[in-house]
Write a protein that binds this ligand. Structure first.
Ligand code: GTR
Length: 440
């Protein structure tokens, strides 16, 4: 059963939170790795360390943000620039004339319940690669432009959705070659429920992140960042954009396309992604305020979980040269040894989504991703939402697995591990409906 946490529930919820910590400690042996990239990982609450979060409502010059005007004209820009400089890197502007080709328009799909459109998006006017295929469905009976859930996938469109009409896609395999999807694997992660989305009056769209840029060290060469790289530049700048910024940029191009498709209400497009793609949708939503709602699933470290908590994965783990340093701006790595000098943290990333709704989905056994760290980030982003007239979590006690909070900041911890679970779907659909469905 879903329910909203109200004030009467705060006390029991706090108790649950204390119990959760104790339970978490007793389950350390569950899944999480002890050491990654030679760096030990901590799963004991008492050892997360002391930290003070930077205040999202205090400007660099000391001014306290007391109204929405100062937030949107000053402090928000400061925080965005800090994330560009220190974490994700600086992305280029949108291309002037987006080039796209619709190669399948409004074909009947899902037993006639949906209309399917497929388009290829080219990122510049003068290059044909990389290019991204966007697959979208709208409810067949829709009379007006529909709100849309855009899901960035680990898999090509032809294997993300169960529909024989989808164009055969390609994916990058471990040998850094593009192979027809279906042969080269690709993580599943998400039991998608497209018909359920359509039944609620929403459209559903997806794109494969590897179409934007392959996910391996050196992938920039084959992907979007290669397209924008200045010839002859050897050493990337400390604030050069990483792969997460590239994937985020690609999502904005899908939205550019939706703005031109009369079936879509481009002012009501939600984005969703799992794990590293949860980090991606957070950064996409922060950069591009046209996205109306953001759903990061198990986004964890450098996503919605507070980096300052030394619990599960930390910045040193994620930016280890053998792991995912290429996801971020080169400067980010330096905070692995000194997280307290990082001028931002996850609560500020969430505050960049405000006042738009954001739903954090986590898992109680996904300790590597630090679900409690995501909850605390959401609590700390609350004052920004409230300043903008919206509702944060309205509790400081983490709800138990299975209970959802669906305020403008939403939080749901499923009973299970890393990735999306069937139990997430009713929560996702309720959240979309509550925040993006207009009263007719
Ligand atoms: C993990 C990584 C996480 C998360 C995850 C994923 O190995 O440590 O931060 O991004 O990969 O994307 O699957």
């Amino acid at each position: 059963m879903l329910h909203k946490i109200d004030m009467k529930k705060i006390l029991p919820a706090i108790t649950v939170c204390v119990l959760f910590s104790a339970k978490a400690q007793s389950q350390i042996a569950d899944f999480p790795p002890d050491t990654v990239a030679g760096i030990p990982a901590n799963y004991i609450e008492a050892k997360v360390g002391e930290y003070t979060l930077p205040d999202p409502l205090k400007c660099a010059d000391g001014q306290i943000v007391a109204d929405a005007e100062v937030w949107s004209s000053k402090r928000r820009d400061e925080i965005l620039a800090l994330f560009e400089q220190h974490q994700f890197g600086k992305s280029p502007q949108a291309p002037k004339n987006l080039r796209f080709e619709v190669f399948d328009r409004e074909s009947a799909a899902f037993d006639g319940k949906a209309k399917r459109t497929q388009a290829t998006i080219y990122f510049t006017n003068d290059a044909d690669e990389p290019k991204m295929d966007v697959l979208m469905y709208v409810p067949a009976e829709a009379k007006k432009p529909v709100p849309m859930l855009l899901y960035i996938s680990f898999r090509a469109n032809s294997v993300t959705v169960d529909d024989p009409g989808v164009k055969q896609g390609f994916i990058w395999n471990r040998e850094r070659k593009k192979v027809p999807a279906g042969e080269g694997g690709g993580r599943r992660f998400a039991p998608l429920n497209v018909p359920a989305v359509l039944e609620r009056g929403f459209g559903f769209a997806t794109a494969y992140y590897g179409d934007i840029e392959p996910d391996f060290d050196g992938g920039a060469e084959y992907g979007l960042r290669g397209l924008f790289a200045k010839k002859g530049t050897q050493q990337p700048e400390p604030d050069a954009w990483g792969a997460i910024a590239a994937w985020s940029w690609g999502l904005s191009r899908a939205l550019d396309y939706f703005e031109k498709d009369e079936k879509v209400d481009a002012s009501r497009v939600a984005i969703m992604g799992v794990s590293r793609l949860g980090k991606t949708v957070l950064w996409a939503g922060a950069l591009d305020q046209r996205f109306a709602l953001v759903i990061p699933v198990c986004s964890g470290e450098s996503g919605a979980a507070l980096s300052r908590r030394n619990y599960g994965e930390n910045i040193a783990h994620i930016t280890a040269p053998t792991r995912f340093d290429y996801w971020f701006a080169p400067r980010y790595q330096q905070y692995g040894d000194d997280v307290n000098s990082l001028p931002v943290d996850a609560h500020m990333l969430l505050s960049l989504i405000a006042p738009r709704p954001v739903l954090l989905i986590t898992g109680n056994t996904d300790k590597w991703s630090d679900p409690y760290g995501e909850f605390l980030a959401a609590v700390a982003a609350g004052p920004v939402y409230e300043l903008l007239g919206k509702q944060g979590l309205s509790t400081e006690g983490m709800p138990p697995a299975g209970d959802a909070i669906l305020n403008d900041i939403g939080f749901f911890m499923h009973d299970g591990g890393h990735g999306m679970l069937p139990a997430d779907w009713p929560v996702i659909l309720d959240f979309l409906q509550q925040h993006l469905q207009k009263e007719e």
